[in-house]
Design a protein around this ligand. Structure first.
Ligand SMILES: Nc1ncnc2c1ncn2[C@@H]1O[C@H](COP(=O)(O)OP(=O)(O)OP(=O)(O)O)[C@@H](O)[C@H]1O
Ligand SMILES: [Mg+2]
Length: 103
């Protein structure tokens, strides 16, 4: 199941996404939370803390600047660039998706 949380600015998207992710994880679901906001702060709402939230954001900049290499598969992306959030949620920060295909 894939759930996208969208809406106007300040309408509660991040809070809703975090509550959904942690609630589903507590129910035993395998949850990957992806923060696609250009100003990503889902990590704060999920409870990973300021420093880790900031670290995930800087990874994108490092990739864009060629300082670190892209991961070749979905699993490796999550392993390399994700972080563990409370309740077993795995968090990844995307910030933006360029030229997405239909999948
Ligand atoms: N159900 C709710 N009831 C009351 N306040 C809420 C609720 N959900 C979120 N809030 C509060 O509303 C504010 C905005 O919430 P949030 O940051 O989740 O929105 P957002 O849509 O992600 O905002 P942005 O567009 O800036 O990313 C926060 O202060 C949050 O604590
Ligand atoms: Mg938000």
């Amino acid at each position: 199941m894939k759930i996208a949380v969208v809406g106007k600015g300040g309408s509660g998207k991040t809070t809703t996404a975090a509550v959904l992710a942690r609630t589903l994880a507590r129910q035993g679901k395998d949850v990957v939370a992806l923060d696609c906001d250009t100003n990503p702060n889902l990590g704060l709402s999920l409870g990973v803390g300021d420093l880790e939230t900031e670290r995930l954001l800087t990874l994108r900049d490092q990739l864009d600047d060629g300082e670190i290499d892209h991961a070749p598969s979905w699993d490796q992306i999550l392993d390399t660039f994700g972080t563990n959030a409370p309740d077993g949620v795995r968090l990844g920060v995307i910030t933006r998706i360029e030229n997405p295909d239909p999948g």
